[in-house]
Design a protein around this ligand. Structure first.
Ligand SMILES: *[C@@H]1O[C@H](CO)[C@@H](O)[C@H](O)[C@H]1NC(C)=O
Length: 188
């Protein structure tokens, strides 16, 4: 009797498990920023750690994320050496920026795997308006975007909200090509 109950429970939980794994990922569904922004409880970026070198790129009251700020922080920490991420220096930068070991590790893994994606972003840039020369290269902030996406997909479970919309967004990120030029090429 007990054995039958156990087997029935096992079957029930397998059925429940199978039905909670979406078999099809809808790659055309748009992600709602207001929903996905709360999926991973990102740590605070402690930009003030770089105030002495990069304070001029941190205007009070303005959004602090800019190509120059990222470039300045990468410069100050020698995170890029000869066009590639230097692992030791990147770790030091992340320690200063976050002071949160779980996230430092995930951001580090993200940065180390981002060079292809950054090259792609650089080559997909729209041409700049004539006469307007960029003050800073987007190289560093593209690393930031790529790493942020990686961290979303690999958010430490204690910081992941795990709602259905969040899980769906993560499945989309992992299984669907980025929306570019209307293609929907599958990555896997
Ligand atoms: C970062 O370093 C590069 C190379 O030395 C320099 O051209 C660039 O202006 C620096 N960027 C910032 C924001 O300080």
């Amino acid at each position: 009797m007990a054995r039958q109950i156990a087997i029935a429970l096992l079957i029930c939980s397998l059925v429940a498990m199978a039905s909670s794994i979406p078999i099809d990922v809808d790659c055309t569904r748009r992600q709602d920023f207001n929903v996905v922004k709360d999926c991973c409880a990102y740590p605070t970026f402690r930009f003030d750690q770089f105030k002495s070198q990069c304070g001029k790129y941190m205007p009070v009251g303005a959004p602090r994320i800019s190509p120059c700020l990222y470039e300045c922080i990468f410069n100050a920490t020698n995170t890029v050496v000869n066009g590639a991420i230097n692992p030791d220096n990147a770790r030091l930068m992340l320690e200063k920026l976050f002071g949160n070991q779980d996230f430092e590790e995930v951001y580090f893994n993200g940065l180390m795997g981002c060079s292809d994606s950054v090259q792609e972003m650089l080559s997909n840039r729209r041409p700049r308006p004539q006469g307007k020369t960029e003050q800073c290269s987007p190289f560093a902030i593209f690393y930031g975007f790529c790493a942020q996406r990686y961290v979303f997909n690999h958010c430490p479970s204690s910081s992941w909200s795990g709602t259905e919309s969040c899980e769906m967004a993560r499945l989309q990120n992992m299984n669907c090509a980025k929306p570019s030029r209307g293609s929907s090429r599958r990555l896997l």
